[in-house]
Design a protein around this ligand. Structure first.
Ligand code: C5P
Length: 254
């Protein structure tokens, strides 16, 4: 695969989410998928993609178990693994990881630990597009549902929300990770966001939106249905079926 030198590309894995919505009473990165913690699946795939000289993992602050998991990984097979304490929002976790990258790193992929089944092909597509000259790349899929923009209804006694508009579905994409960036471009975008208040930071749901706000072109490559984000119990069921069930072979895709 044609990418820039391995040492110049780092992968940040954001794993500092609380996992409240999953209801397991533990950090989401620790929740087992099959028999192993979600974070381990994600890290294994990053390693087998063979694109990174450094992996930097943002963990829930002070989580000794997850830190031990990262430190226990086989350093002969794995690239350098750095861990940092994540922040209160995803954007703050990314920011903490950006501060811990090696000096020679010039480009970075940012992966949600909560997408443990992202195929290596998606990592490769993103890394190749960066190597081709993009400053920002995201993997995405077409949206299959019709999507509505809603607002608070004027008659809440009837229903809480009303439709305001219907965007053209053909122009909509459902966006995944890993998202890839030229490091200087991403650092600038995060620095520009440093003044946001807590509510505004909460609304930063991916890194590309910060780069878009700076007027940078964000290129789009094909994502994968296997790259689902584990948010609720239904996603976990689906991920386990993909890993172990009879459907698995049919689901393996780029
Ligand atoms: O909350 P959400 O599902 O959007 O989280 C996406 C990813 O961001 C997850 O992998 C989660 O662990 C990570 N995250 C983080 N720090 C936070 C919140 C989320 O690293 N404060």
């Amino acid at each position: 695969m044609e990418t820039q030198g391995k040492n110049k590309l780092a992968v940040i894995v954001v794993a500092a989410g609380s996992g409240e919505r999953l209801g397991f009473g533990m950090a989401k990165a620790k929740v087992p998928v099959g028999s192993e913690p979600m974070l381990l699946h994600t890290l294994r795939t990053v390693v087998s993609a063979r694109i990174a000289g450094q992996i930097c993992v943002a963990l829930p602050a002070g989580d000794a178990d997850l830190r031990a998991l990262c430190e226990s990984l086989d350093t002969d097979r794995y690239p350098k693994i750095t861990t940092v304490d994540g922040g209160a929002t995803r954007a703050e976790s990314v920011r903490a990881a950006l501060a811990a990258l090696d000096a020679e790193v010039t480009a970075v992929l940012i992966q949600d630990a909560a997408r443990p089944l992202t195929p290596v092909e998606v990592y490769h597509r993103v890394a190749q597009t960066l190597a081709a000259g993009a400053l920002a790349v995201i993997p995405a899929l077409p949206v299959t549902d019709t999507v509505k923009v809603v607002e608070r209804s004027a008659s809440t006694g009837i229903a809480a929300e009303c439709v305001r508009s219907t965007p053209d579905r053909a122009a909509l994409r459902s966006v995944q990770t890993p998202q890839g960036f030229d490091l200087i471009t991403l650092r600038r975008a995060h620095d520009a966001a440093a003044g946001l208040n807590a509510e505004q930071l909460e609304a930063v749901t991916d890194d590309a939106m910060l780069v878009e706000a700076a007027g940078v072109d964000v290129y789009v490559v094909k994502g994968s249905a296997s790259s689902l984000k584990i948010t609720g119990p239904w996603d976990l069921l689906l991920a386990e079926a993909l890993l172990a069930g009879p459907l698995a072979p049919r689901w393996v895709e780029g």
